[in-house]
Structure formats: structure tokens, C-alpha cells
Ligand binder design. Structure first.
Ligand code: BES
Ligand code: ZN
Ligand code: ZN
Length: 491
């Protein structure tokens, strides 16, 4: 779908539907609604008077032949309370409208600017919301595929600086397409999306958008002493890959941000095998890795002024005759020894070597992204991503980037006391810390390998997959944190 800007008055725009957000309690005869109401012979007044539509968030009303305007239909969508309206509301409204109108076989719709939010931020959010909403995880359906005739969304911004709106649309498109790329990759089943295939997708991104790519094979990882990562990989017939994408700005920068994403293409749990119920979902255990590659794709186009490295340790966690056993002791690249108590706590094992490699490559700041713990859903449900780290200024930057992206992130503590839980009798550290504070002890384990580099860890285990679908979002992979990472690097 194309996204265009149009500075004409709403009634002059030719389209299948005009989308108008209406705030709760808004008077149809006043302000910006008055002219729409008048040209549609008071249809808004009548919808509100009958109680059919009140402007509450989630409500909508659809009217054919709305009257004296070039739009063939009018879609009113509830925008909720005006004082609670944010850029993220625009994102959700545009997404809800696009998905609804696709279902009604519309080819084009105009989205009317309705708030005092910055025009650039609003246009970017509307573009992101609409394009992200139109993704569906139905690639493998051979019939009943979602059909879309949508060709254009027109952002109706009367009297606006069109160049500014066009730049915002372009930025929104880059971010939305990168998000949908990540979702496509996450959604692939594990028989397709092996570590080698993930590396191949990264290679495509590198070629298409001009990034440097290095894929380390197992021999190189062994040479580097990555015993922690290799221990996880050894149970699988699929060879592990360590994917490294590098973006370098035109002007030299002393700062290098490393984004490190967990890329477990399937997590059976290994010898500490998971229950079979729901295990099919563990194909999304590479969401952090796919989102890292997606973020690098957007970063390559948005061209920030800092160096950025995207690192994805890609492995499959399998049981088998060569698999590592509970109780095994492995040596990580930093030289630290690890007692592997539970082979299902594999994410932190591969990240230990990946963050150490980020340091070796010269990272001055690290952010990692991982479907690390089931415990994060106990702590925060599927609403918030958890962030933990060592450097409060860096964590604050992550929180601010998330806020701007409309992605909810909540900080959990990482005090020294939690170190007790991952003490081992026979090695420097063990890979699980018992039932208490699972998200924190998982993060603490990674902390042991980042040493003094400012670092933040994002646990996306409960937010990377959308169980039920929403009016603005399909079921399945969400690509969560991609926008946060892009904001973090590009501000
Ligand atoms: N990949 C899982 C975490 C996960 C759980 C992701 C649910 C998405 C949904 C991770 O590798 C894992 O198995 N973690 C264990 C850690 C435990 C053994 C300390 C967990 O959370 O149970
Ligand atoms: Zn696991
Ligand atoms: Zn896992």
C-alpha cells in the first residue's frame, strides 16, 4: 500500500473512505467536526444522539454515501478521551482503520489529521500503524488467504508543510517494512528458519541496504573459545552461526552501539526438555535475533551518525546423543566457567559469548534483546517488556526510546544480592538461579559477561508473540522493540 500526503480540504479528496477520529464527548456541531457533520447532513449528530457512537476507544461507525464530499464512505473511529490521546493512539487508530477497511474491500482511504500532536510525529505514526496492521502470518495458506485491495492511504493534512509530512511518511515506511520483515522471519517454522537460513536472510539485508556482513562458522567460534555458545549448539544437526551486521556512518564516530539478539531457531529445552504442550511456539525463540536484523535494515536506511553492530548468535537447542547434559561445565570466551544446571536456560549461554564478542568488536554500549524467560510474563504479563542493566543513563535512554516508540518497557532491579542465586559450587557461575526472580537472575547471568561496558537487556519473551490478535494487529509475531532500538540509535 502506498502512503501519500495531501494538503487539500477533506471533502476534495477522492477516496473510498474518509477516516475521522472522534473524541469522547466531542460536539459534532463545533470545531473541526462541524464541517464534516454539515456536509454529511448531520450524520455525526445523529449517531451520537442515538447513542450508537460515543467516541470511546474501540468504537466505530461506517456510513455509505456520506454526502457533499468526494469520499464514498465515512468511517468514524472512537479516539477516546482527548487528554489521553498520544502519538501511539494515532498508530493504533490508523492500524484499526486500515484492517477494517481492507475487510470492506476498500482500495483507498484518507486519514484526517485530528490532533495538535506534531505533524511529523503524527504522519510517521499513522504510516507505521497502517502498514504494520496489514501484515498477516498466513504465508502458508494455499486458500482463504487474506485478500487486500488497499492501494493507498492518503494523509489529509490541510495547510501542512507537505515536505515535512513526506519525510515523516518515508521514515514510517522504513520502520514499518523493517518490522514486517522481522515478523515474517520470526513466523517461519523452524524447519525453514535454521541458523543458516537466518544468516542467509541477514545476507540479503546486507546486500540490499549496504551493510557489512560477517558470518562466523563453528570453527571460528571454537577458535575464539566460545564454549558457552557451542555447548548449546552441539546437540543439533544444524550448525550454529554467529551473524554480524555492521553499519558505519559517513563521518567517523567514537561511539559503537551493539545490538545483540537471541537467535534460538527452535528451543526444545535440550535434555531438560520442555513439555510438548505449546512447544511449537518455540520457533519464535529467535525473535530477538530477527528483530536485530530488522532494526539493522531500518538503521541502514535512516543513516544515524554512530557505528552500529547487530550481532545474532543463531543456534538450535536440541536433545540428542551429542547434546550437552545438565551438570556439564563449559568455558565461555571471557574464560569464565559455567555449570549448566538446566539446558533449557540456553539463551543466556549463547548471549554470554555474543556480548563478549560485541566487546571484542569495540562496542562502547550494548543492548541485548531476548525471549529469555517465561518468568517475565509472571512479572509483567504481556503488556510490558522488561529492561534491566548496569548503567542507569543507558537504561534511561532505552526507556525514553521506548516511550517515543509507543512500546511499553518497565525496569526491573538488578542488585548485587541476586548474584547469590547463580553461585556454583564447582564453577564460576551456574546458568539458573532457582524459582525466585527468574527474569532478574537470567539478566544477572548475562551481566557477568558484559563487564564494565554500559549495557541494557530487554526480555521480550511475553511480548514478542501476540496470542489473540487486536483490531490493529494480526495474531503472531509482533516485532516488539524494533522501533525502540531504531529510536535509541537514530536520535
Ligand atoms: N525460550 C525460553 C523462554 C520463553 C518462554 C520464551 C516462554 C517464550 C515463551 C527460555 O530459553 C527458557 O526456556 N527459559 C527457562 C529458564 C529456566 C530454565 C531458568 C524458563 O523461562 O523456564
Ligand atoms: Zn530454553
Ligand atoms: Zn529459549
Amino acid at each position: 500500500m502506498e502512503v501519500k500526503a495531501d494538503s487539500r480540504k477533506f471533502h476534495e479528496i477522492e477516496c473510498d473512505a474518509l477516516v475521522v477520529a472522534v473524541f469522547e464527548g466531542e460536539k459534532p456541531e463545533e470545531g473541526a467536526l462541524a464541517e464534516i457533520n454539515k456536509r454529511s447532513n448531520g450524520v455525526i449528530t445523529s449517531l451520537i444522539e442515538t447513542g450508537e457512537f460515543t467516541g470511546k476507544s474501540g468504537e466505530s461507525a461506517y456510513v455509505h454515501n456520506p454526502g457533499d464530499m468526494k469520499a464514498r464512505r465515512l468511517l468514524l473511529v472512537g479516539a477516546g478521551k482527548r487528554e489521553e490521546f498520544t502519538t501511539d493512539s494515532v498508530r493504533k487508530l490508523a492500524g484499526t482503520a486500515a484492517r477494517a477497511l481492507r475487510g470492506k474491500k476498500a482500495r483507498s482511504f484518507a486519514f484526517l489529521r485530528r490532533s495538535q500532536l506534531s505533524i511529523g510525529e503524527g504522519a510517521q505514526a499513522a504510516t507505521e500503524g497502517a502498514l504494520i496492521s496489514l501484515f498477516d502470518p498466513d504465508k502458508y495458506h494455499t486458500s482463504d488467504k487474506t485478500e487486500s485491495r488497499l492501494e493507498a492511504m492518503i494523509l489529509a493534512a490541510p495547510d501542512a508543510d507537505l515536505d515535512e509530512v513526506k519525510r515523516a511518511i518515508e521514515r514510517g515506511r522504513i520502520i514499518a517494512e523493517a518490522t514486517n520483515f522481522a515478523r515474517e522471519v520470526i513466523n517461519e517454522p523452524a524447519n525453514v528458519m535454521t541458523p543458516a537460513e537466518l544468516a542467509r536472510r541477514a545476507e540479503e539485508v546486507a546486500k540490499d541496504y549496504g551493510l557489512e556482513l560477517d558470518v562466523l562458522d563453528e570453527a571460528r567460534m571454537k577458535d575464539l573459545g566460545m564454549g558457552s555458545l557451542m555447548g548449546v549448539a552441539q546437540g543439533s544437526a544444524e550448525p550454529a552461526k554467529l551473524i554480524v551486521l555492521t553499519y558505519s556512518p559517513k563521518a567517523q564516530s567514537s561511539e559503537t552501539i551493539a545490538i545483540v539478539g537471541k537467535g534460538v531457531t527452535f528451543d526444545t529445552g535440550g535434555i531438560s526438555i520442555k513439555p510438548s504442550d505449546g512447544m511449537e511456539k518455540m520457533k519464535y525463540d529467535m525473535a530477538g535475533g530477527a528483530t536485530t536484523i530488522g532494526a539493522m535494515r531500518a538503521i541502514a536506511q535512516l543513516k544515524p551518525s554512530v557505528n552500529v553492530i547487530g550481532i545474532v548468535p543463531a543456534v538450535e537447542n536440541m536433545p540428542g546423543g551429542r547434546a550437552q547434559r545438565p551438570g556439564d561445565v563449559v568455558r565461555a570466551m571471557t574464560g569464565k566457567t559455567i555449570e549448566v544446571i538446566n539446558t533449557d536456560a540456553e539463551g543466556r549461554l549463547i548471549l554470554a559469548d555474543a556480548v563478549a564478542y560485541a566487546r571484542k568488536l569495540g562496542a562502547t554500549k550494548i543492548v541485548d534483546l531476548a525471549t529469555l524467560t517465561g518468568a517475565v510474563s509472571v512479572a509483567l504479563g504481556d503488556v510490558y517488556v522488561a529492561v534491566l542493566g548496569t548503567d542507569q543513563a543507558w537504561i534511561d535512554q532505552v526507556l525514553a526510546a521506548g516511550k517515543k516508540a509507543g512500546e511499553k518497557i518497565w525496569q526491573l532491579p538488578l542488585d548485587k544480592e541476586y548474584r547469590e542465586q547463580i553461585k556454583s559450587e564447582i564453577a564460576d557461575i551456574k546458568n539458573v538461579g532457582g524459582r525466585k526472580a527468574g527474569t532478574i537472575t537470567g539478566a544477572y547471568f548475562i551481566r557477568e559477561f558484559v563487564e564494565d561496558t554500559p549495557w541494557a537487556h530487554l526480555d521480550i519473551a511475553s511480548t514478542a508473540w501476540n496470542e489473540n490478535g487486536k483490531p490493529h494487529l494480526a495474531v503472531g509475531p509482533t516485532g516488539v522493540c524494533l522501533r525502540t532500538l531504531v529510536n535509541l540509535v537514530c536520535e
